[in-house]
Ligand binder design. Structure first.
Ligand SMILES: Cc1cc2nc3c(=O)[nH]c(=O)nc-3n(C[C@H](O)[C@H](O)[C@H](O)COP(=O)(O)O)c2cc1C
Length: 186
């Protein structure tokens, strides 16, 4: 698979099989992640590979957030139970954590570098038979999540990459074409 093919074929995978992901494949993807461009070579990233116990913290936190919108206590409990079961029983996840530089310009560069590292994982995964889905959101700043994942003060969870064998691959979503978003200057 060429880089062009990998970029064209990449999708956010919604359904994964229950097949476990071999550790060597995750190690390979992380090795590729840290080859991302990185101004000043700050190595601003840290990756936390989340097994079922670590994912439970996320499942509980997302369940609490979702259930706030549900008035009936029994239904709210069902929402929490489902969120927990989905997280624990779902695919492996890798949390992408940024070390926050004091200098705001460097912090911004580092933020971009962390997502570039994440993109390396997304683009390389299909070559080893894996699919991915990246997620971000306020839940990853919840203290229950950051404590469970060992995220230190001065670090931020940017998001998580769900990763596993795809059960199905969605069609490409319609997108604005590049020509519409491009200006050529003399
Ligand atoms: C920074 C970032 C955050 C994202 N967060 C979420 C999310 O919270 N939930 C979700 O379902 N998808 C999330 N996505 C995936 C996008 O929704 C997805 O890329 C988009 O719908 C296009 O689909 P495709 O990836 O299959 O091309 C995120 C993507 C990026 C780049």
């Amino acid at each position: 698979m060429t880089a062009i093919e990998a970029i064209r074929a990449r999708r956010s995978i919604k359904k994964f099989t229950a097949a476990p992901v071999p550790r060597e494949k995750i190690e390979l993807l992380l090795e590729l992640a840290v080859l991302a461009p990185n101004n000043r070579m700050t190595a601003p990233w840290r990756f936390v590979v989340l097994g079922p116990e670590a994912r439970a913290a996320y499942g509980r936190a997302i369940g609490v957030r979702k259930s706030r919108k549900v008035e009936d206590p029994a239904s709210a409990q069902t929402v929490r139970d489902r969120a927990l079961a989905d997280a624990v029983g779902g695919p492996l996840m890798i949390a992408v954590v940024q070390k926050l530089a004091d200098n705001l310009e460097i912090r911004e560069e580092d933020y971009a570098a962390c997502w570039m590292a994440a993109q390396n994982i997304l683009l390389a995964a299909p070559e080893v038979g894996l699919g991915t889905h990246v997620r971000s959101g306020a839940v990853f700043g919840d203290a229950t999540v950051t404590e469970a994942w060992g995220v230190a003060a001065g670090e931020r969870v940017l998001g998580v990459i769900s990763i596993g064998e795809p059960e199905s691959v969605p069609d490409a979503k319609p997108r604005a074409g590049a020509a519409e978003r491009t200006t050529w200057l003399a």
